[in-house]
Structure formats: C-alpha cells, structure tokens
Design a protein around this ligand. Structure first.
Ligand SMILES: [Cu+2]
Length: 236
C-alpha cells in the first residue's frame, strides 16, 4: 500500500510539472508571436531544458506535445488561394511624385526646432557629421545647426523611381510637383519640362524598344532619377 501511495504521489507530482510546463510553453508561443521570432521550437525546447535537465523523458514529451499543438493551430487557419488574371492592357499609366525625405534633428536633446514647419519631436542629441562628403548637384542638402541647435539632412527623389512596362506599351507618366518648389524634369527621348509645386505635367510615349528609359530632375542630381524598364516582347 505504501508503495502504491508513493507511486500515486509521484504521478500527481509529474502531472503538476507537466501542467506547469504546458503553461510555460503557452507563454512562449504568445511571446514568440509578439516578438516575431520564428524559431519558437528551439526557444521552447531551451526553456523546457531549463526546467527539466536534459536526459529526462519530460523534454521529449513536452516537445512532441507542442508540435501537435502547433500542427492543430496551423490547420485551424486554412489558407485560401485565389487565381487572379492580370490586366492585359498595353496602356500603362503612372503617377510620379516629387519627394524629399527630411531627417530633422538637434544637437541638443529634447529641444524643438524653432523654424521648421513641423517641430522636431523629442529626440536624442545628434551632431552633424564632420567633413561630410555629400555629393554636389542639389539632390542632397545639409543645414548648419540653427540658434536652437536644430539641423536637417534632405534627400530628393521621385516616387516611384522604378517602373516596368512591356515593349510596345503606350506609357503615360503624370509628374506631380508635391515637394520641392521647382524641378526640371527630362524623360529620355521624350523631352524636358519645368515642374512646380502643385503642378501635374503629363507625357505619353510608346516604348518601342526593350531597355531602360531614364527620367531625371536636373535640379536635384545625382539622386533624383528614375528608370522605366521595358521588357522585350516574347518570341512567338
Ligand atoms: Cu527636382
């Protein structure tokens, strides 16, 4: 009888341990989902090993139990696949914005810019780079710290700057002056025009040959450039 009681006690104790590990394992799943770590099984195994020194059967039991749970949860979120037929039109239309990215900061921590249209948010102190080698041409700009220590770094670009069309497509580009007071834009083989803030200038052409057609802003070189990749017609 004594032996039986002891056995029962051991079994009960093991069940309690298993429950504890299951709870811990469930916590790990939640933590893993939040942190975006995919390697949940390794982490779970590592945690199990911490609780149950290697060599015991418990680790294997918990790991396999865990795998089953994972498989079940995968089944419950069934993926649905749809077939979509792409647009076969040979007319391609794009809207291209003039954009500048601004890194507003301050040499003093938590001091707001007093001249910026939008105040610099609370930010750690940040010194301008010493002997910066910023390319010339207007595409980049760096300002000296102002009276409150605010300075900024600006980079001009087109958005989007990469387009893909097929050989023979009729391409329509709408250039939109969003940021930057004025730009002088050229599209290879098409022409050059001025683009001011608030204007939309549209050009159209047929992409006769495969290759790359560039579009550039002469005011903001070298980085305010874009390209249209014209894919060759398939041999039929
Ligand atoms: Cu420009």
């Amino acid at each position: 009888m004594i032996i039986k009681m002891n056995q029962k006690k051991i079994i009960t104790s093991k069940k309690a341990h298993l429950m504890a590990v299951v709870v811990i394992a469930a916590s790990i799943v939640v933590a893993t989902m939040i942190s975006g770590i995919n390697n949940s099984q390794n982490i779970q195994k590592a945690m199990a090993e911490e609780f149950y020194p290697s060599g015991t059967t418990t680790i294997t039991e918990i790991t396999s139990e865990y795998k089953t749970e994972s498989a079940d949860s995968n089944n419950s979120t069934e993926a649905t696949t749809k077939t979509v037929n792409p647009d076969q039109t040979t007319n391609k239309e794009f809207w291209i914005n003039t954009v500048h990215f601004d890194g507003l900061t301050n040499i003093n921590a938590a001091v707001k810019c007093d001249t910026c249209p939008q105040n610099t948010p609370i930010h750690p102190a940040e010194q301008p780079p010493v002997n910066s080698t910023i390319p010339t041409g207007g595409g980049f700009r760096i300002t000296e710290p102002n009276k409150v220590g605010a300075w900024d770094f600006r980079s001009f670009t087109f958005s989007p700057a990469q387009l893909v069309v097929n050989q023979g497509d009729k391409v329509t580009l709408h250039f939109i002056g969003v940021q930057g007071a004025h730009h002088v834009v050229s599209v290879d083989g098409v022409g050059t025009f001025e683009l001011k803030r608030g204007q939309i200038n549209t050009v159209s052409f047929v992409a006769n040959n495969p290759g790359i057609i560039k579009y550039v802003c002469h005011v903001h070189l070298p980085n305010m450039v874009g390209q249209i990749l014209v894919l060759p017609k398939a041999d039929i």
